[in-house]
Design a protein around this ligand. Structure first.
Ligand code: ADP
Ligand code: ASP
Ligand code: MG
Length: 406
């Protein structure tokens, strides 16, 4: 007899945007249940609900009351979990909705970007044993202050992986509006192709540098707990992308091209070149919780001054400018030049570990198209460059071709 599986299935916002789509998602769950498998469903808020809730908050809140904000932001998933449970019941699947606190999913008190600390598996196990399909509101939990917390935008991917890990599920399927992970964002590259399998490390790099399809924390959680992770379509019955530990690789140097338009660049000109200055600059940014990504420093020919360029998230630009202006006079920085018109483009692939010349091909291809590179950063399996935003589309498409991904 075939082994009965426990499967976690997560449906994203676009996959639940209409009642028809919710019904379609419910049928995917039913198919699995009909095979004798147990399913736990995780849902995001329908469509762009969370964005709409955030814009309501922006209109009323000047005081950044993070606990109330989380209470509001988490409400989208309350509606979608109930709707999905109804849709399942309508097709004779015995389902029940759960909010984070009803399980509970315990988080710390970093509201807005809370970390999941623990999940109580008892309630879910009992329900599953009774033949009930739990439908869990993603993206939310409860803190030890008994307040609702949210775990960061796109966080229901992480809820799904965390539940799969806690219940030792056989599989965690992330259903979305594309057929799987592609060689580049299919909205930007018409010839992008679905990738059959990726290692956790490749997916983690892709997610971290901007491939929206999976939230980066969900991938590291899956890697650390060896969760069998899939990205699948929520409308078509096609094989998705499997993300796992090791792949007997065909000769694949670059697996995907990823971009991000959410970065800003700041250049500090004429900084006295002496020990402790970089620590002061980056320390003061870190104190304000501003993450710095790429960094480059140039020393003047007389060795007395340096120029420092770094990138941060565009959302932090205002905060970062304020922070630098506070230390500008003390450190004697001559000039501060912020630039929003940048984009980061990255190539990712485990083949880079063993194959030389991949960076050279990237720089050559961009150079031939007269695309200037501002900054470069690398990891073992990734090369990122910062370019002007207006060149982004051209750059993605040329790199997609350069590495034979089409
Ligand atoms: P969901 O609402 O299901 O969470 P998201 O919008 O978060 O969906 O993620 C799916 C989107 O990610 C796709 O519509 C696609 O445009 C985008 N995307 C970006 N890069 C990639 C990639 N390399 N492969 C697949 N999708 C990608
Ligand atoms: N609804 C939340 C968001 O839009 C969580 C998610 O979609 O994963 O960020
Ligand atoms: Mg998402």
């Amino acid at each position: 007899m075939r082994k009965k599986l426990l499967i976690v299935k997560k449906f994203g916002g676009t996959s639940l945007a209409t009642i028809d789509k919710i019904k379609k998602a419910a049928n995917i769950v039913k198919k699995e249940v009909s095979l004798g498998n147990k399913v736990i469903v995780i849902v995001s808020a329908i469509g762009k609900t969370t964005d709409k809730l955030q814009s309501l908050i922006n209109k009323i809140s000047l005081n950044n009351d993070e606990k109330e904000i989380d209470s509001i932001l988490s409400s989208g998933e309350q509606a979608s979990s109930g709707l999905m449970a109804l849709a399942l019941k309508n097709i004779k699947i015995n389902a029940r909705s759960f909010l984070g606190w009803q399980i509970p999913i315990f988080t710390n008190t970093s509201y807005g970007k809370a970390k999941i600390l623990d999940i109580n598996s008892e309630v879910l196990k009992k329900e599953i044993k009774k033949g009930i399909t739990p439908v869990i509101a993603g993206f939310q939990g409860i803190s030890n202050e008994f307040r609702i917390s949210t775990i960061g935008r796109g966080g229901s991917d992480t809820t799904a992986v965390a539940i799969a890990s806690k219940l030792s599920a056989d599989r965690c399927d992330i259903h979305t509006d594309v057929d799987g992970v592609f060689t580049a964002d299919p909205r930007w590259v018409k010839k992008a192709k679905k990738i059959d399998q990726l290692t956790y490390d490749e997916m983690l790099e892709m997610a971290s540098v901007g491939a929206q399809v999976l939230e980066p924390r969900s991938v590291s959680l899956a890697k650390n707990n060896n969760v069998a992770l899939w990205v699948k379509s929520s409308s078509k019955n096609v094989k998705g992308t499997k993300i796992h530990n090791s792949i007997k690789i065909e000769k694949r140097n670059v697996s995907g091209i990823v971009f991000s338009k959410n970065d800003s660049k700041i250049t500090l000109l004429g900084i006295p070149d002496k020990p402790g200055v970089a620590a002061k600059i980056f320390g003061s940014l870190a104190d304000k919780d501003i993450n710095v990504d790429m960094i480059v420093q140039n020393i003047s020919s007389d060795g007395k001054y340096s120029d420092l360029t770094f990138t941060i998230s565009e959302a932090d630009l205002f905060k970062a400018k304020k922070c630098i202006n506070q230390i500008k006079n003390e450190i004697k920085i001559k000039n501060v030049l912020p630039d929003n018109n940048v984009a980061k483009i990255s190539i990712v692939g485990i083949g880079m570990r063993t194959n030389a010349g991949i960076a050279e091909d990237m720089f050559k291809a961009l150079g031939q198209k007269k695309i200037n590179i501002d900054l470069i950063s690398t990891s073992e399996i990734k090369i990122s460059v910062l370019i002007s935003r207006r060149n982004l589309k051209k750059a993605i498409n040329i790199l997609h071709k350069t590495y034979d991904l089409e």
